[in-house]
Design a binder for this molecule. Structure first.
Ligand SMILES: Cc1cc2nc3c(=O)[nH]c(=O)nc-3n(C[C@H](O)[C@H](O)[C@H](O)COP(=O)(O)O)c2cc1C
Length: 205
């Protein structure tokens, strides 16, 4: 599958049929996704994969009893065959940008970063994983579960990492209800691209 096709086909799927995901396959896709660009070659992104009996434990930490009781999506999401928790290590970025060739950036201290590149790196690796899953015939959704990050990271044994998001992976059971987000009126993709410094009718270089 070419990249443009994978991008166009990929959609979030929020209801799975419970099919298990092969750990070697998914761990391999995660490692491949980590070819994604990384600021200053910090390599500060981590992916924690969750399989089998550990999946309910993930949901127990990422959500609370009240949410699980009221969410119409919980049952479908909980049938994900695997979960990838994507994190990063901000301290690696501070250390790297304090090295001789980067020190002039003034970014040795984390709160000096106007754009936290550790989240940027995590997003790039996550997108790469979503495309690899699409190519491999798996469905997925990206889940922002940072509200309970501390407990989740403690369970993962990753208290020195920062949570980015989780990717729930599985086979689509087509039981999802349409996301309200998709019904928002948003600018067309082409209208979000603007060309600067060339006459509008000049061919792109
Ligand atoms: C940073 C980020 C966080 C997201 N968090 C959630 C989430 O917590 N729950 C969810 O159902 N979808 C989440 N999404 C998915 C978006 O709702 C989805 O990408 C958007 O509605 C467009 O739909 P599509 O990806 O199927 O094209 C998230 C997406 C991004 C990029």
């Amino acid at each position: 599958m070419d990249v443009a096709r994978a991008l166009a086909r990929r959609r979030m799927v929020r209801s799975f049929d419970g099919t298990p995901v092969d750990p070697d396959m998914l761990d391999g896709l995660c490692a491949t996704a980590l070819w994604a660009p990384t600021a200053g070659n910090c390599a500060g992104v981590r992916m924690h994969t969750v399989y089998g009996a550990a999946r309910p434990e993930f949901f127990a930490r990422a959500t609370d009893v009240a949410w699980r009781a009221r969410s119409p999506r919980y049952a479908g999401l909980s049938r994900a065959g695997a979960i990838v928790v994507v994190t990063s290590r901000p301290q690696d970025y501070g250390a790297r940008y304090g090295e001789a060739d980067k020190r002039a950036s003034g970014l040795e201290t984390l709160d000096a970063w106007p754009v936290p590149y550790w989240h940027g790196d995590a997003a790039m690796a996550t997108m790469a994983l979503l495309l690899l899953l699409e190519e491999s015939g798996w469905s997925a959704t990206l889940w922002g579960d940072f509200g309970r990050a501390a407990g989740l990271l403690a369970w993962l044994g990753a208290t020195d990492e920062t949570l980015f998001a989780s990717v729930l992976v599985g086979r689509d059971d087509h039981g999802d209800r349409r996301s309200a987000s998709l019904d928002r009126a948003v600018p067309a993709r082409r209208d979000r691209v603007s060309r600067v410094g060339m006459p509008p009718d000049a061919p792109p270089r």
